[in-house]
Design a protein around this ligand. Structure first.
Ligand SMILES: C[S@@+](CC[C@H](N)C(=O)[O-])C[C@H]1O[C@@H](n2cnc3c(N)ncnc32)[C@H](O)[C@@H]1O
Length: 321
């Protein structure tokens, strides 16, 4: 039974008892040796116990808040799906108001996607600086699940020097937060649009992350890559980079053409580290699926890639030995 705040009653009682015993011992020793320092030492130990108990309470409160958030959002996504289902009454054969969703039907998939996104957001929450707003994932930006995958790789890679990102935005901030948490490595983010670059730079500055990111504003230019006429960030070549351990390809924008992101691997393969991961976003589009297939089939500056895990919207390719 929790007492104050979010601590078990026996934890509070045990801590109080310990404090009293320590204080009594301090007073007795102080009286025996005629030295007040014993009492002061006992008070210091009590203070330590108090700090430990309070920090445990704060951690419990945070976990409980997270749990409540997940439960509330799960319930909200169920309600939303039920409302949508009612709205569709008559439009879909045989659906009656309030009728439960059948597993796998479109609304059921929508509900599952929402729950999935919300769980991924809950996983991202511990990276958020206390009391600060962080740009929201999803929409134009990488999805929560893709960010979780990138961040997990950044936090667990045995060695990590550089992350390179093509296309800056929300992901830039989250990758920077992960690098800060890791305590090493930096991000080079390529952006062709000066206005978006300025927005991203402002967010990084506001959150104290500017020191882990090099935001390179590079307009797009035509060039020949592996015999093809393509558009790519001006002046961006493998020689400009230290060892790249994660390459996140979320630009240039797809509206520039079906092969807009294809040059990323042919151009930067020579800079990829021995355990590098390449993550391509927006593989729900056939154009990006074709790019994944082309990257996995070819050999690029002696580098071969094989398909690894995938998220709801991104594919991972891992460098082969
Ligand atoms: C898919 S966005 C890249 C987003 C970034 N990697 C992220 O996850 O936030 C690709 C390009 O679209 C532009 N862009 C950035 N934020 C945008 C937004 N909110 N709406 C439309 N385009 C945006 C930028 O030029 C960016 O390089």
């Amino acid at each position: 039974m929790p007492t104050w705040p979010t601590l078990a009653r026996r934890t509070v009682l045990a801590a109080a008892l310990l404090c009293v015993i320590v204080l009594i011992i301090g007073i007795v020793l102080g009286a025996v040796f005629g030295d007040l320092d014993w009492v002061l030492a006992a008070l210091l130990v009590d203070l330590g116990v108090l700090v430990l108990v309070l920090s445990r309470g704060a951690a419990n409160a945070r976990n409980e808040a997270l749990q409540r958030m997940i439960e509330r959002t799960d319930a909200a996504s169920d309600r939303l799906a039920a409302l949508l289902a009612d709205g569709f009454t008559g439009a879909w054969d045989g659906r009656r108001p309030g009728e439960p969703l059948r597993p796998g039907e479109p609304l059921d998939m929508l509900r599952r996607d929402l729950q999935h996104d919300l769980s991924a957001l809950a996983s991202l929450q511990p990276l958020m600086p206390a009391g600060r707003l962080v740009p929201a994932p999803g929409g134009w930006a990488a999805t929560p699940e893709t960010l979780v995958l990138l961040i997990d790789r950044i936090l667990t890679a045995p060695s990590l020097e550089t992350v390179v990102e093509a296309g800056s935005g929300t992901s830039t901030v989250w990758i920077a937060l992960a690098l800060k948490r890791r305590g090493g490595g930096r991000l080079i983010s390529l952006e062709h649009d000066a206005a978006y670059a300025a927005q991203t730079a402002a967010a990084l500055e506001r959150l104290g992350l500017a020191d882990v990111v090099e935001l390179r504003v590079a307009p797009l230019e035509s060039r020949t890559v592996a015999g093809r006429e393509v558009t790519w960030y001006a002046g961006v070549d493998p020689d400009d980079f230290p060892r790249v351990d994660v390459l996140f390809v979320d630009g240039p924008p797809g509206y520039l053409g079906p092969e807009a992101r294809w040059p990323a691997v042919p151009v930067l393969a020579a800079a990829l580290g021995p355990e590098a991961w390449v993550v391509l976003d927006d593989v729900d589009r056939p154009e990006e699926q074709a790019i994944v297939a082309a990257w996995a089939e070819g050999e690029w500056s002696g580098v071969r890639l094989a398909c690894g895990a995938a998220t709801d919207r991104a594919a991972v390719l891992i460098r082969q030995r």
